[in-house]
Design a protein around this ligand. Structure first.
Ligand SMILES: [Zn+2]
Length: 417
């Protein structure tokens, strides 16, 4: 049986950026050597797209939802319900998922945090570490199972995840609550992000009880003895109800698969009916197994019509603020993912490639921005030879601009671009 056109999305998380003085006014995409991405841009269609609707949180969840072809304004309910899907935890209507971070709070200031909290929770405390000193998975499992034993009651469940990132589900709970992400409170008083709204009382009660419970926990006694930060509280945030995304196949008529090392992307995949292809050694960092991801993507296209290949490393480099790391992450993505995928696709016949980041992670701000990002679409049946290169300036100069990012997927799979 002959298969139809194969589709692949090559997504370099956070690779878009802004011009930098130290690169002579160029962006990392302009400075990096990227012959394979430039080939896609030269032979295909190049333009700019806004992936994060104005006013929405500048996160990978919102941005990737749009790239996958879903309008975040209509379907996004919060970060945690997507992670719950990725962890295989099912939510019924009315169930609310919360991200449960293991954190380190302090009574003092950023220079002298004093992490012995005397079993109390106060808005005057500061967020010393939103990641609780990165506990090992074993330490975290011990803490989370202890907290479940002590705090679980009618309707409240804890589910262990990885390191400091866990899940709490409030069955038939309330989601009317505003609470800031703990990574936005680093070294600041938690009063600024204190839970507020109808459900705040319950959430504050759980957070306060966690402080009392964790004070003398054996894991913390060991950590402090080893000179490490204790995990002395939980921070509950990112809550929401199960999102109502339609199956990708029902919307776009194509069977899909996701390749990623990140739980959030895995959750998006599960939520839209994509298969998740596991690749050994895919870490989400600079040392990720790039070649394994590239060959897994080409292989997966034997079974499915569209593959979404996500590489996290350029975003991590953007957050670290290192120009060298970001250029290396982009060059690795080009030579070790984009190149091998393009060569592998030749064996598969007619194919289309969409190359883009989800959002920009500009080095000058070390976090995500809502700037429109460059995209390039290559079609094996069409050749342009425009000589264009894949970067922000070249993409902006074409005048092709898609304001509603979620519309790009439809144009890509229906060959309208
Ligand atoms: Zn990021």
């Amino acid at each position: 049986m002959s298969k139809g056109t194969r589709y692949i999305v090559l997504l370099g998380d956070g690779m878009a950026d802004r011009p930098l003085a130290e690169l002579g006014g160029r962006t990392p995409l302009m400075a990096a050597r990227t012959p394979n991405m430039d080939h896609i841009a030269s032979e295909g269609v190049l333009g700019m797209v806004r992936t994060i609707p104005e006013g929405m949180a500048l996160g990978s969840d919102v941005a990737n939802l749009a790239v996958l072809g879903y309008d975040p304004k209509k379907v996004y309910t919060g970060r945690s319900p997507i992670e719950a899907a990725g962890m295989g935890v099912d939510l019924g209507p009315g169930d609310v998922a919360f991200r449960c971070n293991l954190v380190t709070l302090g009574k003092g200031n950023a220079l002298d945090p004093d992490t012995d909290l005397d079993g109390e929770l106060s808005p005057e405390f500061i967020m010393v570490d939103f990641a609780g000193g990165h506990p090992s998975n074993e330490e975290a499992a011990e803490i989370v199972s202890f907290l479940s034993d002590e705090l679980e009651e009618e309707g409240i469940e804890f589910h262990p995840g990885v390191s400091y990132r866990h899940l709490m589900v409030w069955r038939n709970g309330q989601e009317k609550l505003v609470v800031d992400p703990p990574h936005d409170l680093t070294d600041r008083k938690i009063a600024q992000g204190w839970p507020r709204g109808a459900a705040a009382e319950k959430i504050l009660d759980l957070m306060a009880r966690s402080v009392g419970l964790l004070a003398d926990h054996p894991v913390n006694v060991r950590r402090v003895a080893d000179g490490k930060q204790p995990v002395n509280a939980i921070w509950l945030w990112g809550q929401g109800l199960k999102p109502g995304m339609k199956n990708f196949k029902d919307v776009y008529g194509l069977e899909g698969a996701m390749i990623t090392a990140v739980d959030l992307l895995r959750g998006l995949a599960v939520s839209i009916g994509f298969k998740v292809v596991d690749v050994p050694g895919a870490t989400g960092y600079l040392d990720t197994n790039y070649e394994g991801k590239a060959s897994a993507a080409v292989e997966a296209l034997e079974d499915v019509d569209i593959v979404y290949l996500h590489v996290e490393a350029p975003d991590e480099a953007g957050h670290s603020g290192s120009v060298t790391d970001k250029i290396k992450a982009i060059e690795d993505f080009d030579s070790r993912v984009v190149g091998p995928v393009l060569r592998g696709l030749k064996e598969l016949g007619s194919h289309r490639v969409l190359l883009m980041p989800d959002h920009a992670t500009p080095l000058e701000i070390k976090t995500h921005s809502g700037d429109p990002v460059p995209f390039a679409i290559y079609d094996s049946e069409i050749s342009n030879g425009s000589g264009r290169t894949y970067d922000e300036a070249c993409a902006a100069s074409t005048g092709v601009h898609i304001e509603n990012g979620h519309e790009l997927m439809g144009k890509f799979v229906r060959k309208e671009l």
